[in-house]
Design a protein around this ligand. Sequence first.
Ligand SMILES: [Zn+2]
Length: 282
Amino acid sequence: MYDGPVLDNHLHLDPINGRGVEAAEAFARAGGTHLNVLNKPSWHLVGDVEGEDGFRETFDLTVEVTEKADERLRGRAWPVLGVHPALISQLITRGYEPSEAAELMKVGIDVAAEYVAEGPALAIKSGRPHYEVEDAVWDASNDVMRHAFARAAEVGCAVQLHAEGGEAFEPVAEWAEAEGLARDRVVKHYSGGYVEGLIPSVISHKDELERACEGDWPFFMETDFIDDPDRPGAVLGPKTVPKRTQWLAESGYEDALYRAHVETPASVYGVDTEATLSTDSV
Ligand SMILES: [Zn+2]
């Protein structure tokens, strides 16, 4: 049996359209203890964003539901805030040039950095489209991502990336370092068991988790639960990380689970998931 902390490194709670804090309760009942709660893309929460205020509104909704989730857990829930890279395509449809879209997205990153420096956020979310885009859009997206690295370096936090599939992220790791951010503070969300150059946040499919457990590198476990009532089966549910954790423990991977739920959160985010775990049940 594994009875340490259990962190889902990337899940969404939608207080407006979805299950919100009830999904965090389901996670806790299944044995989950810690959550990194990502804001949903701004267009799902607040519609068209024109400037700073739209990002603040998106982040405030997420901070609020994360505080409620925090009260329902034996451990902690932290907000991870930022700008979904697909926003660039939305903005271009609305008539923005790629460079103008990038400027607006950097404003969102700046607000997220402020919520880390002065507020409750643990880390910044950024990235680049996971689908084919034209060169100007790709370049503008990389520009936003590098801005996120620079701001994270300034405020001293990690970055979660939403990006294309595959494992070849050495060039991205080099960009992070060029902006002053250590590569081991950059997390590739929705990854397989291994990513070159960055820390994988492994989507909790059994085969990918086994691959990460058998390796010796830092990793996280996540569901990317999107909390969207219109797409109930689109991603893994909120109970998946606790359930897979027990399954991995039964397979003898306790040391790897300690790496995923204690050591990697400490080295990447500077959080202590053991010290923040209460022994009382909720
Ligand atoms: Zn997500």
